[in-house]
Design a protein around this ligand. Structure first.
Ligand code: PLP
Length: 407
């Protein structure tokens, strides 16, 4: 039977690695098998992975959440009321967003599911979604899963990967419904500057579009770069859906807790479908998330670690012949231009063989990612182990550069 012919076209060409080779780090058993063989995985945007890293304060809350027994039950689909209150406080203090905990916040099982869910009410057959390229691979696929068309809008390294409105204007059509950004951007780590963001928001308003802003990486912004949440810019609140996560800054990816923030009229629809699409988020994890957001010492400590790590990684990677790299502006990702040494697929395979590390090819992040690789320098709790992996990457690429006569 040709089972694919019975499937919805939006799903029928998805590949999970069962029948053909899929090299993506997050598909099938690929990364798990390599890890079991002793390779270092620097391809998952998961702070300190694979080392245990639950802060003590959060651990205590979680243990209590199990001991009192309540965690065997659902919370309301929109999320635990205390967590929504803590999120509301955080949104005001960190983002300048005024969000009513009962009307504007939805707790989601991780932000990946929130990201797709936020698009579903807006995107139907043939609707076009403008997406900066490079950006988070799910953005392109999500547009298609909703029946829409992902329209990549190139960003350029020469312009520090900032959105260029001319490029958006060139691609807008009658079918354009949405702009979808990762801010700060994954994989480049760049923060969209106020001026670029204001222009982008004016473009969104002029063309009567919706903006989805995925801010999963917003917690570590370095060098005093201003971080602007587009939802607070004039005219944007009613047309912006903002996505957040506790996976990146607070490093609790295994808890699977994220949240969506939007205006009442959007949120009423999202609340209406939550049970059907998302269910309710894990109860114990929501208790843990309350402490994780309240205990400000966690972010402070991790911020300092990641600031140090990006500098260590930059100092090591910048001296590789034939490679260029910028000091990361946010998060825990390094984005290396390796185009003089080979294609992004060639270099990733080479590093698996030569350095026993798994990093990401640039191409899943969009066509502009060819010639780049992404390295999660925020992996491992142990700094020595992390630096050892950066040095192995450097040594392997330096050897390759020498073989190619690049100095
Ligand atoms: C830009 C971006 N957004 C969202 C996510 C999803 O994170 P989570 O579902 O763990 O909140 C990721 C994960 O890598 C990401 O890189």
């Amino acid at each position: 039977m040709d089972i694919k012919s019975k499937m919805n076209w939006k799903f029928s060409d998805l590949k999970g690695g069962l029948f053909d080779t899929v090299t993506k780090a997050d598909v099938g058993e690929g990364a798990g098998n390599l890890m079991a063989q002793g390779y270092d995985i620097m391809a998952w945007a998961d702070p300190f992975f694979p080392d245990p890293s639950i802060p003590d304060s959060v651990k205590k809350t979680m243990i209590a959440a199990f001991e009192d027994g309540f965690s065997s039950h659902y919370t309301m689909p929109m999320g635990n009321a205390d967590l929504r209150r803590v999120v509301s406080k955080k949104l005001w203090e960190q983002n300048g967003i005024k969000a009513d905990p009962s009307r504007n916040i939805l707790i989601t099982p991780g932000s990946d599911s929130g990201l797709l869910y936020a698009m579903m009410p807006f995107i139907g057959e043939g609707d076009e979604v403008l997406i900066p390229d490079p950006s988070y691979p799910s953005n392109f696929l999500n547009a298609k899963l909703c029946g829409g068309v992902a329209v990549p809008v190139p960003l350029r390294e020469e312009n520090n990967w900032q959105p260029e409105i001319d490029e958006f204007e060139k691609r807008v059509t009658e079918k354009t419904k949405m702009v979808l950004i990762s801010h700060p951007n994954n994989p480049t780590s760049t923060v969209f500057r106020r001026e670029a963001m204001e222009k982008l928001c004016r473009f969104v308003i002029e063309h009567d579009l919706i903006l989805v802003s995925d801010q999963a990486f917003e917690d570590f912004i370095f060098d005093d770069i201003e971080f602007v949440s587009p939802a607070v810019l004039p005219g944007m609140w009613e047309r912006t859906v903002t996505i957040f996560s506790i996976s990146k800054g607070i490093g609790l990816s295994g808890f699977r807790v994220g949240y969506i923030v939007a205006d009442d009229h959007i949120m009423d629809v999202l609340y209406g479908g939550t049970v059907n699409v998302l269910g309710a988020t894990n109860t114990a994890a929501q208790f843990g998330a309350i402490t994780a957001l309240e205990d400000k010492a966690i972010l402070k400590e991790y911020y300092e670690i990641m600031d140090k790590r990006r500098k260590l990684a930059y100092d090591i990677f910048k001296s590789i012949p034939g490679v260029t790299v910028r000091l990361s502006e946010s998060g825990f990702l390094s984005w290396l231009n390796i185009s003089r040494l080979g294609t992004s697929a060639e270099i990733v395979s080479y590093l698996i063989r030569e350095a026993k590390v798994v990093v990401n090819e640039g191409t899943p992040y969009g066509a502009q990612g060819e010639g780049y690789i992404r390295i999660v320098h925020g992996c491992f709790k142990d700094e020595k182990r992390a630096v050892n992996a950066y040095v192995r990457i450097k040594e392997a690429l330096t050897k390759l550069a020498k073989e190619k006569g690049i100095k």
